[in-house]
Ligand binder design. Structure first.
Ligand code: SAM
Length: 255
């Protein structure tokens, strides 16, 4: 890691509280280059000077690092697996607890709630966290463009959303189950314990192996025995502490 790059990482980590050194270097470089292009700066030292002189740039870079692409029931089949194979197995419990870690604009968290409303009589809470405050504010409102709902069939849309103009608002009885909170996976303890299922999809791809191992230890601690972890379709994890339940759906279970 060259000195200027290191200085940028240190500066932003100090000012934002986010442990930037826990993100993959190649990923960080691409996000910094994106900021440099937007600002018309030609190299890292120019960017470093700008970063020191402009307070707001720390926030801008953190926003650039937090890529928030998501949608309801992203990839669809892991949510079907959750609904058809996991929920029936754990529904003997009166209360269920789920965590959407890196929830972006909330689509994943509400998808979990919709699956639970469809497939279980148990009471449940979905904890939904992200580092990005703007995302969390929008997630709390729960209003989405139709394109975000393209994986949902018409009946699910009618049941769980109300139409507001040309947008779709999550109904109150769904929202009541979801609790949004700012939480940083790099520096904070798990949001809560005794979780039945954790969804952490398309988040750990940005982390170093060391950070990924830390997050997996945290998830292991936070799950009940036999609790499930669902990661992104393109991701993989070492088996330590987890058995693979479905390789295609990327579902793991705490040993
Ligand atoms: C690509 S989105 C994934 C959203 C959703 N999980 C999905 O699969 O559709 C990645 C999210 O991870 C969040 N994120 C990045 N670093 C994080 C961290 N250290 N702690 C918590 N969330 C983080 C970003 O803000 C972003 O909203």
């Amino acid at each position: 890691m060259d000195l200027i790059f290191k200085a940028i990482v240190n500066q932003v980590s100090k000012k934002s509280g986010l442990k930037l050194e826990m993100y993959r270097e190649s990923y960080l470089r691409r996000r910094i280059e994106l900021r440099m292009r937007i600002l018309g700066l030609k190299d890292l030292s120019e960017y470093y000077s700008y970063l020191k002189s402009c307070e707001k740039e720390v926030e801008e870079l953190v926003n650039a690092i937090a890529i928030n692409v998501t949608e309801f029931m992203r990839d669809k089949t892991p949510f079907e697996f959750f609904m058809k194979k996991i929920l029936p197995k754990i529904s003997y419990k009166k209360i269920l607890r789920f965590w959407s870690a890196g929830c972006a604009y909330g689509e994943e968290a509400y998808s979990i709630a919709i699956c639970a409303l469809e497939a279980t009589e148990s009471n449940f809470t979905v904890y939904a966290t992200d580092i990005d405050e703007d995302c969390l504010q929008k997630a709390t409102l729960g209003v989405y463009a139709e394109s975000q709902l393209r994986n949902l069939d018409e009946e699910i849309k009618r049941k769980y959303f109300e139409k507001v103009g040309n947008r779709f608002k999550v109904k109150e009885f769904v929202k009541r189950h979801v609790r949004f909170k700012r939480h940083d996976l790099t520096s904070q303890e798990p949001i809560t314990k005794f979780l039945d299922t954790i969804f952490c999809r398309n988040v750990m791809i940005y982390f170093t192996e060391e950070q990924k191992a830390k997050v997996l230890r945290d998830f292991h601690d936070a799950l009940v025995d036999g609790g499930y972890l669902i990661i992104g379709k393109s991701e993989s994890i070492p088996r330590q502490g987890f058995d693979c339940v479905s390789l295609t759906e990327k579902v793991y279970r705490k040993v």
